[in-house]
Design a protein around this ligand. Structure first.
Ligand code: ADP
Length: 487
């Protein structure tokens, strides 16, 4: 087993965390966590099942009772300590993340800070959950609206952002007075457990933040979505799994937030600054080796600048250096698994057989089974699978359009609607296109659009609900109307 070079070894946890206790599975079962860069086992983690998931839900319910009665300021102070501890341990958390997820270490450092920012921000915003007094139509009554914590929250999170996808759910849940039971992806449980250790050190009371590690996602997921104690279910992951979990939640009418797949277009008009658009396309395409749900999936470029754009993009992309994320020279790490690399390869093969040209890359990389070359595909057309399917790898297909209407039509020709990007220097066009494209988020001449202060989320089959910002609190609150009559 590879030993990680942590300055604080006690952040390396392999037991699950329930009701403030570190626990093994009842039957002692464990599963392996491997480093995608080397294939080596880095941890054997407790493999829990339904009974312990239920136990966590029940302890969350109990813990919430006194937590929700604390003042917002008290809860905020505790969360603030959690934020500070995460930042104090940024380097160790980044090492754990790169070891289990593969992303380059600089990106891990960035994600830890990004993840922590949600805790900092919600700790502050949690003090500003206002109600309303509604002016009445009759003199003898008063109508009041208060907001209350929704109840026990269950969360399932993916492997591509092992820290931030957790904090952006846990922080608003906790600050509003809820408790949370989390099942992180089996590929990346170590980041979640390290965050739990810091939650414990920050003084977050036992039972409020629980981490269920386990391989049997369907059974654990079924308990989280069907247990009547759980009032809200929040998920980040693939669209097919999200749809199924929503159906499961319908049986007990749980509130759901879903952050699902994307098929982000980057529309580059001929009035854009081409160098800026190439840099932007690279920024949104290749982060985390292309494994983010807001990654550019389709570069849609105006015909008059198509050749110039492809040439400039190809020159830059061919400079990427593929390797282990711990190597400071590396700019693209491995994909999460060989299966993921195979899927990317099958999309590229499909495009090539239908006439696409790889101007750089276009194949698996010699660095190992999980690695894929940074790739640019030109001559890509809408009949290729890559137009419709989420790539989740370092491949940039460049499509061609001639008119603004056509660009909008192409951008909207998908069941997804998460992030989108436009490059243009024309202000009227900016407004026209930003309003016409069916996406939850639009970046104009900017691709680094995500942060704790904005409402992150999608429309259509990319999901529902928003994470981050003042809107991100609403998903964890119930509205209660109180009518005082007979005054
Ligand atoms: P990804 O492509 O990111 O792996 P998934 O939707 O498969 O997307 O996984 C996201 C999260 O959903 C992970 O934590 C995974 O364990 C979990 N998951 C996968 N299948 C199920 C299921 N049937 N029920 C509950 N959770 C699931």
């Amino acid at each position: 087993m590879t030993i990680l070079a942590l300055s604080d070894k006690s952040l390396f946890k392999t037991q699950a965390y329930i009701n403030g206790q570190w626990v093994d599975a009842y039957n002692g079962a464990t599963f392996n966590v491997t480093d995608p860069a080397t294939g080596k086992v880095i941890a054997e983690v407790a493999d829990l099942g339904v009974a312990q998931t239920r136990q966590a839900i029940e302890s969350a319910q109990l813990a919430m009772q006194s937590w929700k009665r604390q003042t917002a300021k008290e809860r905020s102070n505790t969360l603030r300590k959690w934020f500070e501890l995460i930042m104090d341990n940024q380097e160790d958390l980044s090492i754990i993340m790169t070891a289990e997820q593969g992303k380059v270490i600089a990106e891990s450092r960035g994600e830890v800070a990004y993840g922590a920012s949600f805790i900092e921000w919600f700790a502050e915003e949690g003090k500003r959950i206002y109600g309303d007094v509604i002016p009445n139509t009759t003199a003898d009554r008063r109508s009041i609206v208060i907001k209350q914590p929704i109840g026990v929250v269950a969360a399932i999170t993916p492997w591509n952002f092992p820290n931030a996808m957790i904090t952006r759910k846990a922080a608003p849940a906790l600050v509003t007075g809820c408790a949370i039971v989390l099942k992180p992806a089996a590929e990346t449980p170590l980041s979640a457990l390290a965050i739990a250790e810091l939650a414990d050190r920050a003084g977050i009371p036992a039972g409020l933040f629980n981490v269920i590690t386990g391989l049997n996602a369907p059974d654990i997921g079924n308990e989280l979505t069907s247990n009547p104690i759980v009032k809200k279910f929040t998920f980040t992951g693939s669209t097919p799994v999200g749809k199924m979990l929503m159906e499961q939640c319908a049986r007990t009418v749980k509130r759901t937030s879903m952050e699902l797949g994307g098929n982000a277009p980057v529309i580059v008009f001929d009035d854009a600054d081409i160098d800026k658009s190439v840099a932007g396309a690279i920024g949104t395409k290749f982060r985390n080796a292309g494994q983010t749900c807001i990654c550019a999936n389709r570069l849609i470029v105006q015909d008059t600048i198509y050749d110039e754009f492809v040439a400039k993009l190809t020159a830059k992309v061919s400079e990427f250096r593929i390797g282990n994320g711990f190597d400071s020279n590396t700019t693209i790490g491995p994909l999460i698994s060989e299966k993921a690399a195979d899927k990317v390869d099958s999309l590229v093969m499909d495009a090539k057989t239908k006439g696409a040209i790889a101007t750089t890359g276009g194949d698996k990389d010699k660095a190992g089974a999980n690695y894929y070359q940074a790739t640019v595909l030109s001559n890509v057309t809408e009949d290729m699978r890559i137009f419709k399917e989420e790539i989740f790898g370092p491949v940039a297909p460049v499509f061609k359009f001639s008119t603004e209407e056509q660009a909008i039509e192409m951008a909207n020709d998908t069941e997804f609607g998460l992030a989108s990007y436009i490059f243009t220097e024309n202000m009227s066009r900016t407004w026209r296109v930003a309003e016409a494209i069916e996406y939850g988020m639009v970046g104009v001449n900017e691709v680094a659009i995500s942060s704790e202060i904005i409402p992150f989320g999608g429309v259509k089959e990319s999901g529902q609900g928003r994470e981050g910002s003042k809107y991100g609190l609403d998903d964890y609150l119930e509205i209660k109307y109180i009518c005082i009559g007979d005054l």
